[in-house]
Structure formats: C-alpha cells, structure tokens
Design a protein around this ligand. Structure first.
Ligand code: NAD
Length: 247
C-alpha cells in the first residue's frame, strides 16, 4: 500500500490538470451516511420522498423524512481529513477542481473553491413558484413543511431530486475539466449514479490516469481504475497529503 500511495502522490505531483471526483463515501467519516450499502440510508427511508413528481404532489408527507436525512444528519457534519487534503491540494495548485455528487457543502467548508456540484446543495431551499431562495439556517425546523416567506408554497431543497435535470453549468464545467484532465482522483463513489459517473469515464477516455480511493471495489475499479487505493478516504488522502507536502 505504501508503494501505491507513493506512486499516486508522484503522479499527482507531476500532473498538469488533476481533478477529483467525489461521492457520498468521502463524507462517511464526517458522520454522513451513504445511500447505498449495508449502512446506507435506503435501508431506512423510502427513496420516493426524493422523486420530484411524488414530492410535488406530496411535499407535506415527504418533508419529515427529508429533514431527518439531510438536515439532522448533514447539519452536524464537519469536513474531514479527506476534504481538507483536497482543499490544500487546490491551494498548492496540485488540483484544478473537485467535481462532487455530494450536496453536503463540506468541500466548500474545508476551503475548496473550484467545486462543481453535480447534484446541487442542501444548504439552500427553493420556492418553485416565485424563485425565492431561503438559507437552510433560516428555516424553523419545528414547523414543517418549510414554506416560502413570500407566497407560502412548500419549499424544495436546492438539490437534484430523482427525475430532475442536472444543473447545466455544473455538468458543463465538470465534463470540460474531465476532458482536460490527465489525472482523476475518484473518491468514495459506487459509480452507479449517472450521468455523474461518466465524469471519470470521460477522463479515462481522454487518457487520464484514474486513482481510486474506496474501502470496497466499485463499478469504476475494474472498468477504468489504474491505481486502486483500498481504504477510507480520510486515511488514504492524509497519507497522500503527507507524501505531497512532507508533513
Ligand atoms: P453511494 O452512496 O452510492 O456509495 C458510497 C460509496 O462510498 C461506496 O462505494 C462505498 O464503498 C464508499 N465508502 C464508504 N465509506 C467510505 C469511506 N470511509 N471512504 C471512502 N469511500 C467510502 O454514493 P454515490 O456513488 O456518491 O451516489 C449516491 C448519490 O447520493 C450521490 O449522487 C450523492 O448525491 C448522494 N448522496 C450524497 C451524500 C452527501 O452529500 N454526503 C450522502 C448520501 C448520498
């Protein structure tokens, strides 16, 4: 493993345009559960509360689960060593951007600036009728469902529900960076959610070296991964950071 970490660090050090692609796994050590897998959220909740058509018809019924999943769990989470390592790599110009499937805002809170949020962000709520944006911190969570201060319609979290389109600026920025990348660091993603999963696949097709960090093999491992660093994101990224920066 040490040799693999050294090799990954060497490749990152020499990269022209390294990018990171992150999934729910990078936030597991921050206490945010992933959706899939044995401890995943779908073992406890019905995913239909996040289907856009169901939500639009049944917002009041959906909100208690949405609050529990995204605002109780996510609200208490702090960035971990993996988020911090990526932010530091960007500051040292070793990483051009992070493309994330996550909606927990932890990359930005760790200090990453170039972040393409493929699936939006839970820290904002939207009024679909008048377009008002409400910060999650301003919502009275004891009074569900949260409503627009202007027209009283039920607010929707500003992340992508099942059946909704990916925000175009994020997708365009992500694929543009994938096309230019020579290294793509894939962290904590099953690779089962498309179109986000096409980001590392596009990077690989353009000749990028794929370095994957995950305690378990994913769809990427056999298909595109060049160096598989088996382990937890925080531990592996901290080891890479040490190799890169010597501390
Ligand atoms: P996923 O839930 O499908 O899979 C999680 C992956 O993380 C698995 O491959 C698992 O082996 C790996 N993992 C578990 N612990 C890890 C650790 N400590 N370090 C590294 N990897 C670890 O995640 P996904 O592929 O990202 O897709 C699910 C979708 O759900 C995403 O699009 C995302 O938007 C959303 N989601 C987001 C969050 C969040 O914002 N934190 C949380 C749950 C789900």
């Amino acid at each position: 493993m040490d040799e693999k970490i050294r090799r990954a660090a060497r490749i990152l050090r020499e990269a022209r345009h390294a990018i990171a692609f992150t999934g729910a796994g990078i936030s597991v050590e921050s206490g945010v559960p992933a959706f899939r897998g044995a401890q995943g959220l779908w073992t406890k909740y019905d995913p239909k509360v996040l289907e856009i058509h169901y939500f639009l018809e049944n917002g009041e019924e959906c909100w208690p689960s949405i609050k529990e999943i995204f605002y109780d769990h996510f609200g208490k989470a702090e960035p971990n060593a993996a988020h911090r390592a990526l932010a530091r790599m960007e500051q040292a110009d070793r990483l051009k951007c992070v493309v994330t499937q996550n909606i927990d805002n932890l990359h930005q809170r760790a200090g990453s600036r170039a972040v393409y949020e493929f699936h939006g962000n839970s820290s904002r709520l939207l009024c679909l009728r008048c377009g008002a944006v409400v910060a999650a911190g301003q919502v009275d969570w004891n009074d569900l469902p949260p409503r627009c201060p202007g027209d009283r319609s039920i607010l929707k979290p500003d992340f992508v529900f099942f059946g909704e389109a990916i925000p175009a600026p994020a997708a365009e920025g992500a694929f543009e960076n994938a096309d230019r990348s020579d290294v793509c660091l894939v962290i904590g993603s099953t690779g089962e959610v498309t179109p986000a999963a096409y980001v590392p696949i596009r990077a690989k097709a353009k000749g990028a070296c794929i370095i994957e960090v995950n305690p378990e093999e994913s769809r990427f491992t056999a298909e595109v991964t060049d160096i598989f660093l088996q382990g937890k994101a925080g531990e592996v990224l901290r080891a890479i950071e040490r190799e890169l920066f010597g501390d």
